[in-house]
Design a protein around this ligand. Structure first.
Ligand code: SAM
Length: 275
């Protein structure tokens, strides 16, 4: 089961998707949903990729969007009102269960930033289901942001290593230590499910100081909502934590993203397999 979703989490996802949009658009181009095709956006969240998919499939295509969270589904439904090719299934759909779709129902399945090892104990089962509902010659695309390798604190590399380590291993522990459950195993999941021509590509965004409005909200969210809580959990002394807090607090004169040396980058990773 996915973790319970707080309402404000949708804002975080949208800030992330806005920051990553050039990389996501590039990844969706690489994935290449065809005009007139029928796809599944599995774990669609608030629907940030609907515009991109609607453009790809055109007026004769269809995208079925599902998610576990009814909070996200409501947001997604609103986003879809002007996009007739997008159909949001409003009842919560848990990807850990068999999918309520026939064999060969879709030309493609897209699943972005969902199959984290902190949420899914058996991602292979999910991919097997994606393969079942996809027609012969159809495609499955799995995307995730390599956030463990992110660079959002330029000039403070070692601090970022520590905050990401704490955030990833202590605050969001994996449900299993089996490497086959880790999202970096995704090419293996696709091959195991019988997909061919499995190919992994990277899609990066880079932003320079001063951060543009499409990038700043996400950087602020990560520093405030991930890095500051992680700092609290580190073994640094109280005095050191107090000093470091200033670097991570939006609005403080020492806030790292407001310094003229600042740049940041993040890489999304896409694995595509064909049936
Ligand atoms: C980080 S968001 C990504 C949303 C969307 N794919 C995107 O690219 O913006 C992860 C999504 O996975 C959903 N999720 C988590 N566990 C799930 C599960 N077991 N079944 C279906 N969706 C799940 C969450 O509700 C959330 O909307």
């Amino acid at each position: 089961m996915g973790k319970p979703v707080e309402p404000e989490y949708a804002e975080y996802i949208t800030a992330y998707n806005t920051f990553m949009q050039p990389a996501l658009q590039d990844a969706i181009n690489e994935f290449g949903p065809l005009n007139g095709s029928c796809g599944l956006d599995a774990g669609c969240g608030p629907g940030d990729q609907f515009d991109a998919f609607a453009k790809k499939v055109g007026v004769n295509g269809k995208v079925i969007a599902t998610d576990l969270s009814t909070v996200h589904l409501k947001e997604a439904k609103e986003r879809s009102t002007t996009l007739p090719s997008i159909e949001v299934i409003m009842s919560s759909l848990d990807l850990t269960k068999p999918l309520p779709f026939d064999n060969n129902a879709f030309d493609w399945v897209w699943c972005a930033d969902v199959l984290w090892s902190s949420w899914f104990e058996n991602p292979q089962q999910v991919i097997d289901e994606f393969a079942r509902v996809c027609r012969p010659n159809g495609k499955v695309g799995l995307f995730y942001n390599g956030w463990q390798r992110t660079q959002l604190l330029s000039g403070h590399r070692h601090l970022e290593f520590e905050l990401v380590r704490v955030s990833d291993t202590i605050l969001r522990p994996a449900l299993s230590s089996d490497p086959k459950v880790d999202i970096e195993y995704m090419a293996g999941w696709l091959r195991q499910a019988g997909l061919k021509k499995v190919n992994v590509t990277t899609h990066t965004v880079t932003y320079n100081w001063p951060l543009p409005p499409n990038a700043k909200p996400y950087v602020d969210c990560v520093l405030e909502e991930d890095y500051l809580p992680a700092l609290d959990v580190t073994k640094f002394s109280k005095e050191k934590k107090e000093k470091l807090k200033c670097l991570l607090t939006p609005g403080h004169p020492d806030y790292i993203p407001d310094q003229p040396h600042y740049f940041c980058c993040k890489t999304g990773i896409l694995a595509v397999g064909e049936l």
